[in-house]
Design a protein around this ligand. Structure first.
Ligand code: PDD
Length: 277
C-alpha cells in the first residue's frame, strides 16, 4: 500500500510523522474525504476548493496548487489500483515544539494522503438508516473541515451505542447537520436543508443534491428547521461523500416520515446515481 507524505509517494510502513506534529497534538489541521468511482475522483475540484478555503480560514499555507494536489491524488489511486473507494488527505500546521501560538513561516505544513477501498453502502441506500437526535455541542466554525472532531465523535459514538447509524445534531431547537453528514427533510414535496453558514459543513454531496433538485424542478429551500419539523417531516435523508443520499427511516426509536424511504428521496438517489456513472 502506498501513501503520500509531503508530496512523496512511499510505502505505508515508511511514512512517519513526528510526535510534535500539530495535527497530532492539537488537531491543528484541515482535511477532505473524496470519493473514487470507477478509478476517478468524484467532484475533486469542489473538494479541493473547500480544502483551500478551510486552510485559508485557519491560516495554514498549502504549498501546492489545486492541480498539483489533484495529480498527486490521482497518482496514489493509480499506484494502489483503487477502483471504488476514497482518498483521505490532510494538511496540519506542521511539526514544532508544543505552543498554542502558530510557529513561524519556516515550519511547513505536513501533508498526508492515503486511499482506501470503500464500497457503496448498498443496504443503507436501499433500506435507510436509523438516527438519534443529539445536542450540537461543537464550536461555531463548523464550516471549516477541521481535524478537531471530538464533538462529532462523541455524538457518533452515542448513536452507535444506541444501535443507530448517525446522530442528527441540533442547537437548541434548530437542526444543524449529522455528526458526519448533512441532513435534509422533505415537506409537501419541498426539500429543506440548513443554510450553508458557520453552523454546518457545506457538504459537497449536499451541494450536488441541491444542484440535482434545481435541475429537476424539485423545490429546495435553504433555511433552518426545527427538531419538531424533523420529527414531523414527510421524509428525512442524509447526504455525505461515502453514503451519497441515504433515507432516514427512524429517529429516536420512532418512524421518520412513514418509516420507509420516501418518493422524493428515492428520486434523488436515482439522479445521484446517474451522476456517478
Ligand atoms: N464527512 N458534515 C460533516 C460534519 C461532515 O464531516 C461531512 C463529511 C459532511 C458531508 O460532507 P461531504 O458531502 O462533503 O462529504 C457534513 C466526511 C466524509 C468524514 O469526515 O469522513
Amino acid at each position: 500500500e502506498f501513501v503520500m507524505l509531503n508530496g512523496e509517494v512511499m510505502s505505508r510502513e515508511t511514512a512517519k510523522v513526528d510526535i510534535e506534529d500539530r495535527g497530532y497534538q492539537f488537531g491543528d489541521g484541515v482535511y477532505e474525504v473524496i470519493r473514487v468511482y470507477n478509478r476517478k475522483l468524484f467532484t475533486a475540484a469542489e473538494h479541493l476548493r473547500r480544502l483551500e478555503e478551510s486552510a485559508k480560514k485557519v491560516g495554514i499555507n498549502v504549498p501546492y496548487s489545486i492541480d498539483e494536489i489533484q495529480s498527486m491524488l490521482e497518482e496514489l489511486i493509480e499506484r494502489n489500483k483503487i477502483v471504488l473507494g476514497i482518498v483521505y488527505l490532510q494538511f496540519t500546521r506542521g511539526i514544532s515544539p508544543r505552543k498554542h501560538t502558530f510557529p513561524g513561516e519556516e515550519v511547513a505544513p505536513t501533508f498526508v494522503a492515503y486511499t482506501r477501498h470503500v464500497g457503496r453502502p448498498a443496504e443503507k441506500l436501499e433500506k435507510g438508516m436509523k438516527a438519534i437526535t443529539e445536542e450540537d455541542i461543537r464550536w461555531l466554525r463548523c464550516d471549516i473541515k477541521s481535524l478537531n472532531l471530538l464533538g462529532n465523535l462523541l455524538a457518533s459514538q452515542k448513536a452507535a451505542e444506541s444501535g443507530c447509524d448517525e446522530a442528527i445534531l441540533h442547537r437548541g431547537e434548530t437542526v444543524t447537520e449529522g455528526s458526519h453528514t448533512n441532513v435534509s427533510i422533505v415537506v409537501d414535496g419541498k426539500v429543506v436543508t440548513h443554510a450553508a453558514d458557520n453552523f454546518i459543513l457545506n457538504g459537497i454531496s449536499r451541494q450536488k443534491m441541491l444542484e440535482i433538485c434545481r435541475r429537476n424542478d424539485v423545490p429546495v429551500i435553504e433555511r433552518n428547521f426545527t427538531v419538531d419539523e424533523l420529527l414531523k417531516a414527510d421524509e428525512v435523508f442524509l447526504t455525505g461523500t461515502t453514503i451519497e443520499v441515504v433515507p432516514v427511516i427512524e429517529i429516536d426509536g420512532k418512524p421518520a416520515g412513514n418509516g420507509k424511504p420516501g418518493p422524493v428521496t428515492r428520486k434523488l438517489q436515482q439522479w445521484f446515481e446517474d451522476e456517478i456513472k
